[in-house]
Design a protein around this ligand. Structure first.
Ligand code: KG4
Ligand code: ZN
Length: 339
């Protein structure tokens, strides 16, 4: 019988410290993610704090992961870590930690692009058909990728300013919700009216696949000033209107993208939404309904693979083992792109 292969993955691109041990046949033996809470009181991520925190947490959760997986360090066959994009200090801590383990164990190290981890996350729990469209919605990125096959990425559009997750966070902060704003806005929106405020739709009339969110942030800023101090109903209604607008923007962009792809004679049968914002039930439910009318399936990652997590890094590594070489000399790159 073939001996199973074990992958040890580390993700520390921002403020989540995560390790995963995966068996090559997609079995997650252990997956531990620690979300750093020390940033909450600052209303955003403090890079220096994040690096220090990764340093102290990584060792503890790595030991715990081996224990949970019932493995010894020497059983690990492949090591991999996120090497970009992200905060440089955080990336250095995770990647150097994992590279050191690979040297000690004399096993290969694979550098993984964080964006590729997100983009491939839906292929863990779904059978992907190509050409495939991926909408990446995180706190740092908002991009549309066309994948003609595994590992081939064509970026069709991206944000010109803030990312969608960042817009959730900034609007959340303006209306007094704790960081990160995304999940809090979703919760407040449940009891709000989504037709009270006329939130602008940036680039609505432009023939572009790019996004922009800074105008919305300015609009909300003005609105808050005019209604200061805002009450509970205001927070709920604004959350509902903002969340609805985020859905409208994604839907509008996807429909335009499908039009463009049709002109290129590319037929899409599946669309993935990935990244932290893909956890949003309102967006998922309404997008699935809208795409269903076009006979397109909406794919989303498993819940523990939406935010930053090492399982998606292990999974991306499991795809690389067969078609690329390990590279321990790959330097962490805060601006790494996906090409
Ligand atoms: O993918 P992710 O965990 O980290 C990055 O790579 O940036 O995404 C984090 C972002 C944050 O901006 C957070 O507010 C947003 O995802 N987010 C959500 C929800 N859960 C997380 N946005 C909207 N609705 C949610 N339920
Ligand atoms: Zn991410």
């Amino acid at each position: 019988m073939k001996k199973p292969m074990f992958i040890f993955a580390v993700e520390t691109s921002c403020d989540d410290t995560s390790v995963c041990i995966m068996e090559d046949n997609k079995k997650i033996l252990s997956h531990i993610t620690h979300s750093q809470k020390e940033h909450v009181k600052f209303g955003g991520i403090v890079p220096e704090l994040a690096s220090r925190s990764h340093l102290s947490i990584l060792q503890k959760i790595s030991k715990k992961a081996l224990f949970e997986a019932k493995l010894k360090f020497g059983d690990i066959d492949y090591f991999c870590a996120t090497c970009g994009p992200g905060l440089i200090g955080s990336l250095l801590v995770g990647s150097i930690f994992c590279k050191s383990l690979s040297i000690k164990g004399n096993k290969p190290f694979y550098p993984i692009n964080h964006l590729e981890g997100h983009v491939l996350s839906t292929s863990f729990n779904n059978n992907i058909t190509y050409p495939h469209l991926v909408i990446l919605l995180t706190g740092g990125h908002t991009q549309i990728y066309l994948m003609q096959k595994l590992g081939m990425y064509e970026m069709l559009g991206e944000t010109l300013d803030d990312a969608m997750g960042e817009a959730f966070d900034k609007v959340g902060k303006l209306i007094g919700l704790r960081f990160p704003g995304g999940p809090k806005i979703e919760k407040e929106a449940l009891l709000g009216r989504d037709d009270r405020f006329k939130i602008p739709h940036p680039l609505l009339k432009e023939k572009t696949l790019n996004f922009s969110f800074s105008g919305i942030k300015n609009y909300v800023n003005q609105l808050v000033k005019m209604n200061y101090p805002v009450d509970d109903i205001f927070v709920k209604d604004l959350s509902a209107c903002f969340q609805k607008k985020m859905f409208d923007i994604i839907e509008h962009k996807i429909l335009y993208c499908l039009e463009i792809l049709q002109q290129r004679k590319i037929k899409i049968l599946q669309i993935s939404i990935v990244g932290g914002v893909a956890a949003n039930q309102f967006i998922k439910k309404n997008l699935a309904k809208s795409l269903d009318k076009k006979n397109i399936d909406l794919l989303t990652p498993l819940k523990n693979m939406t935010g930053d997590n090492a399982a998606m890094i292990a999974w991306a590594c499991s795809k690389k083992i067969f078609n690329s070489k390990p590279n321990i000399f790959f330097n962490a790159n805060p601006r790494l792109e996906l090409k």
